[in-house]
Design a protein around this ligand. Structure first.
Ligand code: PLP
Length: 407
């Protein structure tokens, strides 16, 4: 097999050629937002310049073209995930998807019911459950995290009780890169009659997924982390479950019949899509899915793994650098968070910026996880298939510089 060529992939991403000031950026902030290839930009521009209209409303030709394109985007995402389109709810992102479940499923829960999350969740998979727990008198419980930065599944027996109604966990951590094995989680939930929601925001950009094999009931993700525009995301729900849930947001587009006294609701997915949806962004997401499907993921995964190994090896040579999370290559993605002794992650990121390296410094919306490790934040490098050895080397050089200057 030909060696994987990240430069050929990078050439499809205009922003990676130029950067904000004309200098090439070593873009290692993919876990925050990945970049968009020309194919996605073209699809959005094509829609906005030849088909733009509202959907599911008008009968003129532009409206029909827009509706067909939007419904086609849903079908494309469903095909990619191996599911039916009636389970694909377009949202504005992972956070909106999780909030939708928190409200819709939340309506069916009673005081004393329990929800289980973990200590490594993104705030987007913590705060909606805390708010729901407050609204309805629920109990929120958390699985602990191991020293290796993975969810401690040995605690499932203790934490998941008969009162559990939902287990909501990250499929992959946005800090440690650890990937969850959902099978024991699904088994524990089934034993108690609970549902499973997986937050797939970080897993989804790293190649095809057999969604139905995961054993979950809900799966949430964001387009902007998978080479699509901002403002679009997906809540996948088992169609029978979605059909049994009440809507979250009310308004146009989600109704069957409205009188001044009462409303009956459309069937899912439209029941959960009130108001004008992000139409162009959904079309961009479909183009991103096609683009992803065209990559050789076996080679891309090997490539990301090799680069992750290069980062981990390089870090072991920097005095005072500690990785939060797995120190090996098994069961993890190319997301590596580092603590530099005595240095604030914002300062580290700023020094990295002077090396033209873009990566995230802070708590990455995962304060409880950083508290678990006794730190306020970390500096995170996160990979995409367009990253190469030169990006990693620039990151390591910048980090060594930061270590020398800040300690
Ligand atoms: N969950 C995880 C694991 C994430 O990494 C993120 C974003 O970083 C989110 C949820 C929230 O995604 P969004 O801001 O796109 O809604």
């Amino acid at each position: 097999m030909a060696r994987f060529d990240p430069a050929a992939i990078r050439a499809q991403f205009p922003i990676l050629a130029t950067g904000p000031d004309g200098k090439r950026v070593h873009y290692l902030d993919n876990a925050a937002s990945a970049q968009m290839p020309q194919a996605v930009l073209d699809a959005v521009i094509r829609f906005e310049t030849t088909q733009r209209a509202n959907v599911h409303r008008g009968v003129h030709r532009l409206a029909e073209a827009a509706t067909n394109a939007y419904d086609g985007a849903r079908a494309a995402v469903a095909r990619y995930l191996g599911v039916t389109p009636d389970g694909i709810v377009f949202t504005s992102g992972t956070t909106a998807a999780i909030n939708t479940v928190a409200h819709a499923l939340g309506e069916t829960l009673s005081a004393g019911d329990e929800i289980v999350i973990s200590e490594l969740e993104h705030h987007g998979n913590i705060v909606p459950w805390q708010m729901l727990a407050q609204r309805r008198g629920l109990v929120l419980r958390a699985l602990p995290v191991t020293a290796e930065g993975t969810i401690d599944l040995t605690a499932l027996d203790r934490v998941v009780t008969k009162k559990c109604r939902l287990i909501a966990l990250a499929h992959a951590s946005n800090v440690t890169g650890a990937v969850l094995d959902p099978a024991p989680v699904a088994a524990a939930a089934r034993a108690m009659g609970a549902r499973v929601l997986l937050d797939g925001a970080q897993r989804i950009p790293h190649g095809p997924l057999d969604l139905l094999a995961l054993g979950c009931d809900f799966y949430a993700f964001s387009g902007h982390k998978m080479f699509a525009p901002h403002g679009i995301g997906v809540l996948w729900g088992r169609p029978d479950l979605l059909a049994a849930l009440p809507p979250f947001l009310g308004g146009g587009g989600m109704i069957e019949q409205v009188t001044l006294e009462r409303t009956t609701y459309a069937t899912p997915p439209r029941r959960f899509e009130a108001g004008t949806p992000p139409i162009g962004a959904a079309i961009g997401l479909a183009a991103a899915v096609d683009w992803i499907a065209g990559l050789d993921w076996q080679a891309a995964t090997e490539h990301e793994k090799r680069l992750t190994g290069r980062i981990l090896d390089g870090l072991s040579a920097i005095t005072g650098a500690h990785v939060i999370g797995p120190t090996g290559l098994q069961g993890r993605l190319g997301v590596v968070s580092v603590v530099l002794d005595g240095a604030h992650p914002h300062d580290v990121s700023q020094i990295l910026d002077t090396h033209n390296v873009a990566c995230r410094g802070g708590h990455h919306c995962a304060q409880p996880l950083h508290a678990r490790f006794g730190v306020n934040g970390s500096t995170r490098a996160s990979l995409a298939p367009y990253n190469g050895d030169d990006d990693v080397d620039a990151f390591l050089a910048g980090l060594a510089d930061a270590a020398a200057r800040l300690r």
